[in-house]
Write a protein that binds this ligand. Structure first.
Ligand code: RB5
Length: 141
């Protein structure tokens, strides 16, 4: 499936955001910042990706901060967002299959690059299973 993917980070996630974009060059990234390692506020970037999902500009988002926690909190304030902080491939696969997560959150200070790339692959290539899981999604919509 071809995704429109919004990506953003704060300064704590800037390096991992950049290498993810380099690694997956066939994706047309909607880059919502930040553009350097200069200190910024993570809520601004979580909200930016949330807005892109809500408006339909993007159908998937990737957010990176130091831990992945701040951006996931901010993104999940938006009712259109189901953001999941993943630290391994199994979490990425299951949050797509069971939670229909539409935003992947990563922590640059937590997860190494090679694992982060595998997590992105798993997140983008796993389909939502629907069925009983849809009923549960509906309860938080
Ligand atoms: C920034 O120093 C750091 O607090 C931020 O990237 C993130 O880890 C917040 O959850």
């Amino acid at each position: 499936m071809k995704h429109k993917i919004a990506i953003a980070s704060d300064h704590g996630g800037f390096n991992l955001k950049s290498v993810i974009q380099e690694q997956f060059q066939d994706i047309e990234w909607i880059d919502l910042g930040t553009d350097s390692s200069e200190s910024v506020d993570w809520p601004d970037f979580g909200f930016a990706v949330g807005n892109a999902i809500e408006s339909g500009e993007a159908d998937v988002g990737i957010l990176v901060c130091g831990t992945g926690i701040g951006v996931s909190m901010a993104a999940n304030r938006n009712r259109s967002v189901r953001a999941a902080l993943c630290t391994d491939v199994t979490m990425a696969r299951l949050t797509r299959a069971h939670n229909d997560a539409n935003v992947l959150c990563l922590g640059e200070r937590i997860t190494g690059r090679a694992t982060a790339f595998d997590i992105v692959e798993a997140f983008l290539n796993t389909k939502f299973e629907g069925g009983r899981h849809q009923r549960r999604i509906d309860k938080i919509s």
